[in-house]
Design a protein around this ligand. Structure first.
Ligand code: ADP
Length: 527
């Protein structure tokens, strides 16, 4: 590989909005780089537009008329003498035609090459690209399928249930589980039309549908000198509609040996497509810790902060550094995992209505603070949650010296976070943090389907849990009678309650989750 020339970045346009635009700008400010924000008419008063050194309106609210106007953004960048464009995630970040146009305009894209995006942007192309690099893959059809009869034969060979996947898919969209041959033709037709309308490409392929896998991904960073490092894993198995809601690093299930093997496999994936800059290789992992390549995301991920917390690195700084043409300033052997980090995506969604997006005004918005808490957001109190963009309000990230403490810290931070005016995933975050399956590390991508039933965020209690609940309630009542103040006692539990027991003590009826308030004894250290 020829060494690239060093091209300093002094002015950077951020082709994105909200929390990620702000997050990138903060690092730029630390590096002395002038930031240019773009904003739609709906985002005129958004923190990202106000924070930037310069800000330019790029059109009306719908993304296609503003944040997705690649040619216009490049024109703007040239007009304002920008050196580089950072695309963030989503929007234009994985579009090779945009990457190419940026390059042709003589600008630097803070990201990988257009070629790497092309090779990894399509799930089928990605499978072909890594085929010769000893990367274990979920069994699947090598090509897009059209003929249902032939496709059923492939599905039978793989074994039902299978997953129909849009080759151009992303964001958890364009996937259909098919349980048997009878329903195959109908599901295939639907998958084709969904893929076409969502991604403008109707190519669909078949993959074995793994039962109860975990989603574990490897963060990579590479330079243009051929160096590529793995920055360990993130576990993202808590998902709704195949989209992540809670992420943590490190995973609670990997051994050091599997971690290294997965990291090295991810580096081979990156080498297969000549990758540089930040990227993520996603795997599914079964209960025996066998792992299978899913795809590579050729951008900075939403959940990158958990990696930053455990490695002490600033991924955006590294992205800019390698985009300028510098070699990576670190080596694999310099890297180590420090403590444990968890991220909760705080979305304007109602967890009790199948996570349906909600909109409204943030009548009250107060972030949690204190040790080990980081909130990446793009909102302020009084702001409307716009209907035009995704439902994520913020990322609540905590870091502590071990997993148990990180969970306790997340519970504290969620309870401190005040959001009024829209439903959010905060109560869901509490539910996860207190759930025995999550706490014990025994969970998979089916967590929500398994444990959220109807109108309650509590799993149906087992007989044993009901018995413990009755005992606890009796003990609690007794304590109140003996405590003349009538106050509830914090941090004490009956000795009959197993230390790892569930939170759903009160006869399993679930709890009003419209507020974050829980009685103190239910959040004590015991469980
Ligand atoms: P997208 O690009 O849309 O995010 P992915 O291929 O990355 O799609 O998969 C997203 C999620 O869908 C995974 O984290 C996992 O929960 C589920 N999934 C994908 N492929 C499979 C599979 N073959 N078996 C079981 N679950 C899968």
């Amino acid at each position: 590989m020829n060494s690239p020339p060093i091209r300093p970045i002094r002015r950077l346009l951020i082709a994105n909005r909200g929390e990620i635009a702000l997050r990138i700008m903060r690092t730029c400010r630390e590096m002395g780089i002038v930031t240019l924000a773009v904003y739609s008419e709906a985002d005129r008063l958004s923190p990202h537009a106000l924070f930037a050194d310069e800000a330019y309106c790029v059109g009306p609210p719908p993304s296609r008329n503003s944040y997705l106007r690649g040619d216009y953004l490049i024109e703007l960048a040239i007009r304002h003498k920008v050196d580089a464009i950072h695309p963030g995630y989503g929007f234009l970040s994985e579009r090779p035609e945009f990457a190419r146009a940026v390059e042709e305009a003589g600008l630097i894209l803070v990201g990988p090459s257009a070629r790497s995006m092309e090779l990894m942007g399509n799930k089928l192309a990605a499978r072909h690209t890594v085929a010769d690099f000893q990367i274990p893959m979920v069994p699947g059809s090598p090509r897009a399928i059209n003929d249902p009869i032939q496709a059923i034969e492939i599905a039978k060979e793989i074994g039902f249930p299978v997953l129909l996947k849009a080759a151009a898919g992303g964001g958890g969209k364009g996937m259909r589980v098919v349980e048997s041959a009878n329903e195959f033709a109908e599901q295939l037709e639907r998958a084709h039309s969904e893929a076409l309308s969502a991604f403008g490409d109707d190519a669909v392929f078949v993959e074995k549908y793994l039962a109860a896998p975990r989603h574990i991904e490897i963060q990579l960073i590479g330079d243009q000198h051929g160096n590529i490092l793995y920055l360990f894993e993130r576990e993202c198995s808590i998902q709704r509609r195949h989209q992540k809601l809670v992420e943590e690093a490190p995973s609670s299930c990997l051994t050091p040996e599997v971690r290294r093997t997965m990291g090295e496999a991810a580096v081979r994936v990156a080498k297969a497509c000549g990758y540089y800059n930040a990227g993520t290789v996603e795997f599914l992992v079964d209960e025996k810790l066998n792992f299978y390549f899913l795809e590579m995301n050729t951008r900075l991920q939403v959940e990158h902060p958990v990696t930053e917390m455990i490695t002490g690195l600033d991924l955006v700084r590294l992205q800019i550094h390698v985009a300028e043409g510098h070699p990576l300033p670190i080596k694999q052997e310099d890297l180590q995992i420090n403590g444990h980090a968890i991220e909760l995506r705080v979305c304007a969604e109602d967890p009790l209505q199948q996570f349906l997006p909600d909109t409204g005004t943030l009548d009250r918005y107060r972030r949690p603070q204190g040790p080990g808490v980081r909130v990446d957001d793009g909102f302020r109190e009084g702001m409307e949650v716009p209907v035009h963009y995704d439902s994520m309000l913020s990322k609540l990230v905590v870091h502590a010296s071990n997993r148990e403490e990180a969970i306790e810290r997340m519970i504290r931070a969620v309870q401190e976070y005040e959001i009024k005016g829209v439903s959010t995933t905060l109560p869901f975050g509490l539910f996860v943090m207190r759930h025995p399956a999550f706490r014990s590390g025994q969970f998979d991508t089916g967590f929500i389907t398994k444990y959220i039933h109807g109108k309650t965020l509590y799993p149906q209690p087992s007989k044993e849990q009901l018995r413990v609940a009755a005992l606890t309630a009796a003990w609690h009542q007794e304590q109140q009678q003996t405590d003349p103040s009538g106050r509830q006692l914090v941090g004490q539990q009956p000795t009959s309650e197993p230390s790892n027991n569930a939170l759903h003590t009160q006869a399993g009826n679930g709890t009003d989750i419209s507020s974050n308030g829980f009685t103190p004894w239910r959040i004590n250290r015991g469980f």
